[in-house]
Design a protein around this ligand. Structure first.
Ligand SMILES: Nc1ncnc2c1ncn2[C@@H]1O[C@H](COP(=O)(O)OP(=O)(O)OP(=O)(O)O)[C@@H](O)[C@H]1O
Ligand SMILES: [Mg+2]
Length: 251
């Protein structure tokens, strides 16, 4: 595969941990400009997929490519630059409690030390304005609501100007207005041409923000396709996820 290939790709990835198989022959393609959601029930392995792509954990089999460079068979130093092209909005936000909102958003840029401080501050303000929490610049995470924390986490991801943005359950735990705010924000990012990969079990958010869908079921890719394909799919595993029967909720 050429090294300038603009996509993230997983090929037949297998991952086991603690004696449990989390992924079996899992395939994924995230092309630039596409917004994809990986669906799956709680504990199915969605966050694990993001960690594998980020190189935080390593698969036992299969291959993972970022922009054409395989990350599965070489030391991290080789693909560190590639990894910088990805920003993640972690489940729960993962903000640094001891830093202000502004310091959280600017953290990576301050660490890199490439830009003058005034320029970083301008970027931080711009990103906070984009997500609608500029007034909270000097507050600490403990002083924010759950929805605001998620928005700050998105601003922090944007500050790095990534090619790919990963969202881990960005709407879980938010009230309807909070969900609406995050969905609108994701749509604005997409209008700006950003490539996003979201993992969630929230179907409404998935349909509101994505064109492509992957469904993870019992460690395997149970479905891959468009919203129309997903809704028309008559595979039992897919139907069960979309419209769980009463009985299945009690298993
Ligand atoms: N270090 C570990 N040792 C044992 N099991 C683990 C370990 N890490 C993850 N797991 C298991 O792997 C499975 C997949 O975890 P993962 O966090 O990817 O699920 P998820 O789909 O993101 O779930 P949720 O929707 O609740 O966030 C879980 O059942 C979890 O218990
Ligand atoms: Mg998770």
């Amino acid at each position: 595969m050429p090294q300038n290939d603009q996509c993230i790709r997983m090929e037949k990835v297998g991952y086991q941990v603690g004696g449990r198989t989390i992924l079996t022959d899992f395939d994924l393609l995230l092309e630039r400009g596409v917004n994809r959601t990986i669906l799956g029930v709680s504990g199915s392995g969605k966050t694990t997929i993001l960690k594998l792509i980020l190189g935080l954990i390593h698969p036992q089999s299969g291959r993972i490519f970022i922009n054409g460079l395989e990350i599965t068979d070489q030391p991290e130093a080789v693909y560190r630059e590639q990894r910088k092209r990805i920003a993640v909005v972690f489940q729960g936000g993962a903000l640094f409690d001891s830093m202000t909102v502004g310091e959280n958003v600017g953290y990576r840029l301050f660490e890199e030390g490439r830009l003058p401080e005034a320029e970083i501050e301008a970027i931080v303000r711009e990103k906070l304005r984009f997500v609608g929490v500029e007034a909270s610049l000097d507050l600490y995470p403990a002083e924010l609501s759950g929805g605001m924390k998620k928005r700050v986490a998105i601003a922090r991801a944007l500050a790095a100007d990534p090619d790919y943005i990963f969202f881990d359950e960005p709407t879980t735990g938010l009230d309807p207005i909070g969900v609406y705010n995050i969905v609108s924000l994701m749509r604005r990012l997409q209008d700006a041409g950003k490539t996003t990969l979201m993992v969630t079990h929230d179907l409404a958010t998935a349909f509101a923000t994505s064109q492509r869908f992957s469904l993870l079921h019992e460690s395997r890719l149970a479905f891959e396709g468009s919203e129309a394909d997903l809704k028309a799919c008559d595979l039992a595993n897919v139907r069960e996820f979309l419209q769980p029967t009463d009985a299945s909720l009690f298993v």
